[in-house]
Write a protein that binds this ligand. Structure first.
Ligand code: TYD
Length: 215
């Protein structure tokens, strides 16, 4: 299905490693938009649709998780995203809604491409195929050192310890650096926020940047 570019809505994606505080900041940014009178929809990846949740459970509950190859992982994440875009995100954008996405195509570029060493070109092509032309208007990377990610991860209960969160510190270092490289290459789309600051400081900074950059 070809997707037409969104007329009135805005798509803002949040990226960063686990434990970077994305979900807290998504809730706070949503509240700012709502106070400004905008309708907001928050989505999460992988999942957000029935088909996406089924795909998510394959990724999460594969008991011999280590055996899933990187290519399969890429195709599953992007398949879930393809469904989410067409079923939820694109229709919301057409209605003029502000969509806040907890992860989007840059997660595949960074986790599967850079983290799992898949070649950049096919990852980019598959990503593009999955999202059609629904690209984020703005991508907010909440940047935390890999040690902070791991420490925060250990404190939180998650349904994803099996595969995704078993990775070692080198993997998280690659993820962090991957996001910083992407952001540097596309400064018009990305902003990088220092995730070691307090939640209130981060919230204020994000809202300032969003007001300045998303009309
Ligand atoms: P989850 O606990 O749902 O969210 P988060 O860590 O963002 O709070 O974890 C999602 C996991 O899936 C996380 O380890 C990143 C990974 N992931 C990919 O590897 N590729 C992708 O394309 C996406 C969307 C996620």
């Amino acid at each position: 299905m070809p997707l037409t570019q969104k007329p009135a809505g805005k798509l803002i994606s949040f990226e960063g490693s686990e434990g970077s505080g994305k979900s807290t900041q998504i809730a706070r940014l949503a509240a700012h938009f709502q106070r400004a009178g905008r309708e907001v929809l928050s989505t999460r990846e992988p999942g957000g649709t029935e088909i996406g949740e089924q795909i998510r459970s394959i990724i999460v509950h594969n008991s011999k998780g280590d055996e899933m190859c990187a290519e399969t992982e890429l195709l599953l994440f992007t398949a879930a995203r393809a469904q989410l875009v067409r079923e939820v995100i694109a229709p919301a954008l057409v209605r003029g809604v502000v969509v806040l996405s907890d992860r989007y195509l840059d997660s595949s570029t960074v986790y599967q491409g850079i983290g799992r060493n898949l070649a950049a070109d096919p990852v980019a092509q598959i990503n593009r195929f999955a999202v059609g032309n629904v690209m984020p208007d703005l991508t907010i990377v909440i940047d935390v050192p890999e040690k902070v990610s791991l420490a925060r991860l250990k404190q939180r209960a998650s349904d994803l310890p099996d595969r995704m969160e078993r990775e070692n510190i080198d993997f998280y270092r690659k993820v962090r650096e991957g996001y910083l490289v992407l952001a540097k290459g596309m400064p018009e789309r990305f902003i990088v926020i220092d995730g070691t600051k307090t939640e209130d400081v981060i919230e204020k900074k994000i809202w300032e940047e969003v007001q300045a950059r998303v009309k």
